[in-house]
Design a binder for this molecule. Structure first.
Ligand code: GDP
Ligand code: IMO
Ligand code: MG
Length: 431
């Protein structure tokens, strides 16, 4: 029997998925990204080194792990090559990377369109990463997109490229943006294909092969967070894919029965980059303090992250939708020194208490958080390696999060390094 584990973001992204994936990847046979693209920024820290990954799975640092970029992703071959170059510069050269031939390709016009759509929204802009993620998924679903496997068949690629540019150039012109010459793009992409072709394959076959092999450990790494889900998030202030464990089967090309344990990565507080409702947002010195102590600035865009208290309404909602079996509570060390910590238990909407996020933005924007207060702790917890070593108030705090969300605490992170991790649910050690 093989083992599987899914790592998903349960808030608005940047919860620490890279750290948790890397932690398990030290013993995973395979790590699979199943959605999103280089809008992600996953930080991994070990042996005094810090790395930031955008589209490459966080298992890349273990030479024995096969890293898969699944069909549910949107992949920009130019930035993927740049990402690989950056790893090579830092002597990460011994790795296994496989790219799905069915993954959608981000083309050079997609970031331009991303920027133009944002501009057209004026004040209501989403605050995207401008990596072209939305436009690339649009083309996938409008069936005009190119796929990574097309690079393996130059004639077919040229044909698809011509057809795509027939319509895209008209759109680009209409928006006052530069247009593209199919032959030039073809030349450029054939060069990229020389480098990437050996890695492009039917990754669904690969993952299913691992799943059928006794003793194999397969980890699925989500990007973004479930409140940014295209279906269940704070639409339209969301990304263009579903970061939920529910999209693993489609995005990796496996059957849903393989999904059993799901680690929901959650900060001990909340952050959000980009626009959109954020009921527990702090606009005071406490929020500023958390931002500075937690170095809460975007890995991809460098933007300051918005800060708020832990939102158990969001926690319950994402746990239910994402099948979360365990929380990984991250950055608990950042709350050290906060005298009184608040947790949002419910929202108040137009004078009524509600337990779940309302489905419309207008209603969510009217929601007022209902808080409980917990006493904080002053002790430095960055050296704690067992649950028992944590100060009593820190333990009471995470236990309250578990109680309010109905999901057990699987693990706790007390610093960015791989070793600064406490396993609470011993079942997770099986992976
Ligand atoms: P991801 O996108 O979910 O992988 O998260 P990011 O890497 O964008 O952001 C998480 C940030 O928190 C990174 O800078 C991590 O190095 C850092 N981090 C992760 N876990 C901890 C922790 O327990 N404590 C502290 N202080 N930092 C952490
Ligand atoms: P990781 O994997 C945080 C946000 C953007 C914007 C919205 C749409 O590091 O957690 P997009 O470029 O996807 O069209 O932007 O989603 N966003 C993220 N926020 N972490 C991420 O990834 C994000 N990926 C996208 O800021 O609000
Ligand atoms: Mg990130």
């Amino acid at each position: 029997m093989s083992e599987t584990l899914v790592v998903v973001g349960s808030q608005w992204g940047d919860e620490g998925k890279g750290k948790i994936t890397d932690y398990f990847a030290t013993r995973a046979d395979m790590v699979v990204r199943y959605q999103g693209g280089n809008n992600a920024g996953h930080t991994v820290m070990f042996d005094g080194n810090k790395y930031s990954l955008q589209s490459i799975p966080s298992g890349i640092f273990n030479p024995a792990t096969v890293n898969v970029m699944g069909n549910g992703m949107v992949i920009n071959p130019v930035s993927l090559c740049a990402e690989l170059d950056k790893l090579h510069e830092r002597d990460i050269t011994d790795y296994k990377l496989r790219i799905s031939s069915r993954a959608a390709m981000v083309m050079p016009w997609h970031p331009l369109l991303d920027g133009a759509y944002e501009e057209s929204k004026g004040e209501a802009l989403i605050g995207t990463t401008k990596k072209g993620i939305g436009p690339a998924y649009c083309d996938k679903y409008s069936r005009t997109g190119l796929r990574m496997g097309d690079l393996l068949d130059p004639e077919y690629f040229r044909e698809r490229l011509g057809a795509a540019l027939d319509i895209k150039n008209r759109e680009l012109e209409m928006l006052g943006l530069r247009t593209f010459d199919a032959d030039e793009v073809f030349e450029q992409y054939m060069k990229l294909a020389e480098r990437l072709a050996p890695m492009i394959c039917d990754t669904s076959e690969l993952v299913n092969g691992a799943l059928r092999t006794d003793g194999e450990r397969v980890l699925f790494e989500g990007a973004q967070g479930m409140m940014l889900c295209i279906d269940h998030g704070t639409y339209p202030y969301v990304t263009s894919s579903s970061p939920s464990a529910a999209s693993v089967p489609v995005g990796a090309g496996i059957a849903p029965q393989w999904i059993r344990k799901v680690v929901g990565v959650a900060k001990a507080y909340c952050t959000r980059v980009g626009s959109g409702p954020f009921p527990t947002e702090l606009h005071d010195a406490t929020g500023d303090g958390i931002r500075e102590r937690g170095h809460e600035y975007g890995t991809v865009t460098g933007r300051p992250r918005r800060i708020g208290w832990f939102d158990a309404v969001v926690g319950r909602y994402t746990a239910q939708l994402g099948g979360i079996t365990d929380w990984a509570i991250m950055l608990l060390d950042v709350l050290t020194g906060v005298d009184t910590i608040r947790i949002c238990t419910d929202y108040e909407l137009d004078g009524r208490r509600i337990k779940n996020p309302p489905p419309t933005i207008a209603a969510l924007e009217r929601c007022k958080p209902v808080y409980i207060e917990m006493p904080g702790w002053q002790e430095d917890i960055t050296g704690c390696r067992t649950y028992a070593e944590l100060p009593e108030n820190a333990r009471k705090y995470v236990e309250k999060l578990a109680e309010l969300t109905g999901v057990q605490i699987g693990m706790i992170s007390v610093g960015p390094d791989r070793r600064q991790t406490i396993i609470v649910d011993k079942e997770l050690e099986k992976f």
